[in-house]
Design a protein around this ligand. Sequence first.
Ligand code: FAD
Ligand code: EPU
Length: 318
Amino acid sequence: MNTLGLPARARYFCTVTCDADAVEALGWAAERDLAVLVLGGGSNCVFTGDVDGLVIHMGIQQRSIQGDRIEFGAGENWDAAVRFSIDQGFSGLECLALIPGSVGAAPVQNIGAYGVELCQLAPRVRVWDRHAQQSRWIDSAEAEYGYRDSLFKRDIGRFLILSVSLKLSRQAPDLPSYPDLQAELSALAAPSARDIADAVTRVRRRKLPDPAVLGNAGSFFKNPIVVIGVARELKAQYPEMPQFPHQGEVKLSAGWLIDQCGFKGAVRGSVGVSPAHALVLVHHGGGTGQDLMALAREIQRSVFERYGVQLEPEPRVI
Ligand code: FAD
Ligand code: EPU
């Protein structure tokens, strides 16, 4: 139940398929003073050992259209939700096609790809708040979304996400700004949301290993963000270093940094770095989360020694 295919057992496990189930499961764990881990598709989790508590696997399926919004149950598959929105004539989600995992996890790290982040779709997230012991809606202002970040990620364990409502559009989609995608769409004068989702799907399949074939969790590190002064010094020393403006600071490319340190395609026993993308750590089978984290630390050390830049893991390490 994790796309890295790492071995881990839960002391207790259940799948919840409605709000009442979820609340009951949380109550059951509270009565026994057990830690709780909510799991969707397991595509952004690194298990370094067993889970001594209750794993609640999110299985709530629901789709309802209300005007220009669609509300999805947290257990819906994300890519299926994207395709459903397109089938219903909406645009807005096409650049986020083929991201693995569940709808409920999407707000946690404010998923993003090809210039679009979940927070741009005015998400309203219905949660069970374990502090207040009640369900409520959390809008964008309260969720404090950032790059691969949100209130749900910072205050981990407090909120169980039950459903997510997204504001979509009936207009023609915006044209993607990413050069890779523009090249893929160059033959079409006015690509539809479906054309864009299909192009995103093709580009992603070329770049990222399929977890069904090779264990991985997508990007293993966040792209580091540095202040302008640091970025200038790095550019002076390494003129070819890719840099992107990011809200008054500068985003570096973790994949490039790791690639330059020679890790692309590296193998360390049962784990390694994808030969197709230096930011994707992979598990060939038979290894453990500890093996993977040892490789992650080796990469962090190497990048820090060479560039003075600290890489931060993107997935949740458990
Ligand atoms: P899980 O791994 O199950 O959980 C992730 C975190 O969310 C955990 O902390 C978990 O406790 C919490 N969580 C899950 N569900 C709930 C809930 N209902 N309530 C409260 N907390 C919850 N991410 C991107 O942003 N962009 C990409 O382009 C991208 N590409 C990827 C490509 C590949 C090949 C892979 C394997 C991963 C990629 N990812 C990407 C990462 C991952 O797909 C996303 O983070 C996704 O949203 C995780 O969904 P999940 O259901 O698998 O979450
Ligand atoms: N690069 C290399 N070598 C590599 C890989 C990349 O030098 O092996 C350099 C290239 O210069 C390339 C640049 O890195 O142009 C950026 O690579 P890419 O376009 O693949 O994007 P990324 O920054 O590695 C981010 C997200 C992805 C998202 C893509 C597309 C993060 C941490 N990752 O990857 O999200 O799909 O952009 O928008 O922000 C994920 O979060 O799991 C994920 C896959």
